[in-house]
Design a protein around this ligand. Structure first.
Ligand SMILES: *Cc1c(COP(=O)(O)O)cnc(C)c1O
Length: 378
């Protein structure tokens, strides 16, 4: 049997390789010009006021929550249908995570459920653009504003997606991206935080670099000497090095082609699977233009495990996204209980992510579609 077809993987061109090699031959492996170039390219692409590159999507979430100023006593309202990091990073800062249920069809944070979950302690509402489909950001904006909270969008799946013709990156106060190899574009490991308000953007940039203040006008001891820099609020080193930033710039230059190919793959799955008994294809609101990161097929009738096992046996590297965050033992041990968000749990119990990546061939996609048909028939 040939190697397992993965559910996601990077697309690396000779141009990407040449760009990285050129940086390796230069003077700056990190904190050099490729960082500013990548961040400017991200600003141009997303339409955000500022973008800071960081070492992962997880770092991006940590930075965003830190920039939002959350701490003990604060609550973060978010979805359980996400990777654990969306919640974990808030918990590491001492905040309490309140899970609100998802929309039955898109799997995105439901604005009404979020509205019911906010309290006077809510400091952040954090949405996730599941599979690349933007969350209901206008309704969530009202919920966040009404609670006096900031709106954060975990856009690990959705760089390049549009919502009412507006770009992901401009919809929330802070938007986080991941550049892990399976995501829509990659830097190996990497991520970014986009801000609409430059003040929040600066707080994010500071936290990702130890909280250091180099501008003398802002320093408490500006006459210390030319070497001087001050830590005003503690932070960490989440800097993305030049060798990875240049890969990001090179990937970003290809992102329109990536999006077009992902759209093609997703349409073909839709066309060939929509009429099949026993499955549901992903929902899409008419006013969004997603850059599909995943193709989340729903397997009905309690047959998810059976179909999953058959696809794996057929050499198809399917995945499941995601176990509800509060099912993880660490969260269970904090007191969260199964049953809290029934729509998210129902979504999880049906979900299988089919292979979805730019270099997936027509033949391989045919193989996947045949294997799904056979798994359901058998
Ligand atoms: C991938 C992912 C993250 C974390 O990103 P890393 O780059 O792997 O740290 C966070 N949230 C979601 C929804 C993700 O898919």
């Amino acid at each position: 049997m040939s190697a397992l077809l993965p559910y996601g993987r990077q697309s690396i061109s000779e141009g990407d390789i040449d760009a990285v090699a050129a940086v390796l031959r230069g003077d700056w492996l990190t904190t050099g010009p490729a960082v500013a170039e990548f961040e400017q390219a991200l600003v141009n692409f997303t339409g955000a006021a500022t973008c800071v590159s960081v070492t992962s999507g997880t770092a991006a979430l940590h930075v965003a929550y830190a920039a939002a100023g959350i701490g003990p006593g604060d609550e973060v309202v978010t979805t359980p249908l996400t990777f654990a990091a969306t919640a974990s990073c808030a918990i590491l800062l001492g905040a309490t995570v309140v899970f609100a249920d998802v929309e039955e069809d898109t799997g995105n944070l439901d604005a009404q459920a979020a509205e019911s979950a906010v309290t006077s302690r809510t400091k952040v509402v954090a949405a996730v653009d599941f599979a690349g489909h933007p969350a209901e950001m206008d309704a969530l904006r009202k919920v966040a504003d009404g609670a006096g909270a900031l709106l954060i969008e975990d856009a690990a799946h959705s760089i390049g997606s549009l919502y009412h013709d507006r770009k992901v990156g401009t919809l929330a106060d802070l938007t986080t991206f991941s550049f892990f190899p399976t995501k829509n574009m990659t830097t190996g490991e990497g991520g970014a935080v986009a801000a609409v308000d430059p003040v929040l953007g600066q707080r994010a940039a500071r936290f990702h670099n130890h909280g250091l203040v180099r501008d003398r006008a802002e320093q408490r001891y500006p006459d210390e000497g030319p070497w001087h820099q001050e830590v005003h609020e503690v932070g960490l080193n989440y800097r993305l090095p030049d060798v990875l930033c240049v890969l990001g710039t090179s990937q970003l230059a290809r992102i329109d082609a990536f999006k077009a190919r992902r759209r093609e793959i997703s349409r073909r799955y839709d066309e060939e699977l929509a009429d099949l008994d026993g499955v549901r294809v992903p929902a899409r609101r008419p006013y969004v233009d997603p850059m599909w990161h995943l193709y989340p097929l729903r397997v009905l009738g309690g047959r998810r495990r059976e179909v999953f096992d058959k696809l794996r046996a057929a050499g198809i590297g399917v995945q499941v996204n995601y176990i509800p965050v509060y099912w993880h033992p660490a969260f269970e041990d904090m007191g969260y209980r199964r049953g809290m968000c029934p729509r998210a749990e129902a979504y999880y119990l049906e979900e299988i992510s089919l292979p979805m990546f730019v270099d997936l061939t027509e033949d391989d996609q045919s193989r996947v579609i045949d294997a799904v048909r056979r798994a359901l028939a058998g």
